[in-house]
Design a protein around this ligand. Structure first.
Ligand code: BGC
Length: 272
């Protein structure tokens, strides 16, 4: 039986999920919509992926729209927020999710690869968070909809704290997201804007396919996960719903790791 609308935790809320056309973003978009949010599914290169996610949400009885923007480009981000306002009037929840890996050994890392990842993962989160916060302040509180005036959830990674050889650009972007999130949380709390991060571990998505596409690789990856399984996008969707809902109203400035224990230094379990 469907959950009655009255108990849906994100009823009447408008959400934007950047990079919502695949992977963790798609899982989060579906989870928010299942809790009653109207979801804008942002995509940069994959209109078909976004359309697929919108279709899935609608088939489940939810409401969603696809919206284009390369989050690293200021003019495209501004246009995306205009489009959201035009269609739905305002925004309540930003899932700052778009992220890429473009790996290389450090000695060979080109400036282009460095900038590509920093521009999408870090500058993209800055631009979208700034526009979301501006919209929250412009609209002002709506206590009948949510106790917070707005919620920003940054998709970080276990690599905001775990260094990652061969992925210096990516790990740096995630370390940067930690301070971006905390500094925004400190600055925006008086306006009742909550800012938090999710730190996923290894989640089965296209981004890490090469790290788990043979049984040997999967076995080796599992040695890093004390809980003994690779995560699913839905695992992150559930955390995002909680962080976006009033159940977490007193939570701001924190990273919630959803990683099966990857940040517990599993190498020390029988060593050190
Ligand atoms: C990366 C994945 C990786 C995971 C754990 C994520 O942030 O995008 O490729 O499997 O961290 O290392």
């Amino acid at each position: 039986m469907a959950t009655p609308a009255s108990v849906k935790r994100l009823h009447h809320q408008i959400a934007l999920v950047t990079g919502g056309s695949s992977g963790i973003g798609a899982g989060v978009a579906e989870a928010l919509a299942a809790e009653g949010a109207t979801v804008f599914v942002n995509y940069s290169h994959s209109p078909d992926g976004a359309a697929e996610v919108v279709k899935k949400i609608e088939a489940a009885g939810g409401k969603a729209f696809a919206v284009h923007a390369d989050v690293s480009k200021e003019d495209e981000v501004l246009a995306m927020f205009d489009e959201i306002r035009r269609q739905c009037g305002t925004l309540h929840i930003l899932i700052n999710n778009s992220g890429i890996q473009d790996d290389s050994p450090f000695l060979d890392m080109s400036l282009e690869k460095w900038q590509h990842v920093i521009n999408v993962n870090l500058t993209g989160q800055f631009l979208c968070a700034r526009e979301a916060a501006r919209e929250f302040v412009r609209r002002g509180p709506q206590p009948e909809i949510s106790r917070a005036t707005g919620k920003i959830i940054c998709m970080s990674s276990v690599h905001e704290v775990i260094p990652w050889a061969g992925h210096v650009n990516y790990a740096t972007s995630k370390g940067g997201i930690m301070q971006l999130m905390k500094s925004m949380a400190q600055e925006l709390a008086p306006q009742r804007i909550r800012v938090n991060s999710i730190g996923p571990g290894a989640i089965a998505t296209p981004i890490n396919l090469t790290a788990r596409d043979t049984p040997e690789e999967e076995k080796s990856l599992l040695t890093l996960i004390p809980y003994g399984r690779i995560g699913e996008p839905a695992d992150i969707g559930k955390v995002a719903v909680w962080l976006a809902s009033d159940e977490s109203d007193y939570v701001t400035g924190t990273t919630l790791f959803a990683d099966g224990g990857m940040t517990l230094y599993p190498g020390f379990a029988d060593n050190g």
